[in-house]
Write a protein that binds this ligand. Sequence first.
Ligand code: SF4
Length: 469
Amino acid sequence: MKLRAHRFKQNALEALANPVLQASMKKAKGKFVDKRAIAIKEIDDFEATREAAKEIRNRVIENLDLWLEKFEQAAAARGAHVLWAKDGAEICRLVVDIGRKHGVKKAVKSKSMLSEEAGLNLALEAAGIQPVETDLGEYILQINDNEPPSHIIAPVVHKSLDEVADLFQKTHHTPRKTDIPQLTREAREVLRQHFLSAEMGISGGNFLIAETGSVALVTNEGNGRMVTTLPRVHVVITGIEKVIPTLEDLATLMRLLPRSATGQSISNYVSVLTGTKAEGESDGPEHLYFILVDNGRAEVVGSEFQDMLRCIRCGACMNHCPVYQTIGGQAYGWVYPGPMGSVLTPLYTGLENAIDLPHAATLCNQCGVVCPVKIPLPDLLRKLREKQVERHLRPWFERLAFRLWAWVASRPALYGLGTRFAVRYLKWLADGKGSIPRLGLAPEWTRGRNFPTPEGRTFRELYAQRGRA
Ligand code: SF4
């Protein structure tokens, strides 16, 4: 996926000015939030389960090389090939090579964020292999000229029913319909032909299980099962951090993942896929490949951002983020939106390429509160901001303003004088009103909100007055 994170501000302004997107985001707002709040009450020991999940993820990441080796051995023992990719280009090369080796003309795909990172669909097309997205949301985006997703679990949350109806009519050459069951039936009929004719299935993986060499897939549509069992070749593409030690660990994480993501006690489909088709078995791939991808992850291991590798891609942080709820996911300009994306994108693509993302947060800590594996997202965002300052990546006027502020704030007399002047100026600006609609020197601050009018005297003055009284 093309990186557009460097134009976050412009993307966000465009999102705010897009009435269809705004209406869709308003409709979606709160949906997942309310459902999650109900679903987590089903677990008596919710906090203890979160702590256990955090421990599982930490245990793996602290010894990632050992667990990956264990996984590789177990997967190979069951007939799978384990390949390694350092970046998106290598993912594309490996998948195209596998496709050519097995004479593949068509590949059906279940949702895979890594293939978004790599821009795999374009590479497959260029190699003469037709990629077909089979997750309904991803399919809608693909037929809309490969539009990028706006949410990791609900990729078309930003789209209206009318937009989807138009797209289906245009692509399928069928009468326009707006009835949702009819639309999904139409998609199912189209996709069924692809499942039956594809030679290769490509999926992501929610977890890799080291003890059995399996991949666990968590989906709400049956497409994941079709992609992984019908074609004769199955390629799993995941990040190296997705490995967990045992099936028991999977059970712990599964108590949290669907509840945090969609507010479901359990997803419609949870598949644990192990090895190639054995003799006498009716389904399953004859050839199974795992492509385990670094793409920036190895560098995060052992760094002050290591906590981020615990992420289980539930999307709860974005569902609860006031910034995400207002601008949607595409504004973040890369595969991962919301607070998790604001940390991951700079880490994986370079801080200088995502200069505004660490600032795309109110630091209200809603994301930290709901994260099932206790990732301290606001702390990580603050650390990224510090890094930007250390590396002189912020604009000169911002750096100058902070230097000026530090100079004044370290001189109490000057600071007192300055604040005395400032509150009187702001009171004058308000002209008797309760709030200031437009702040003179910082008009952006008041573009979407009013600035409350100060009382007219500073805290120091009031404190001194009280002392005298
Ligand atoms: S950072 Fe936490 S809340 Fe956000 S997607 Fe990852 S696991 Fe879920």
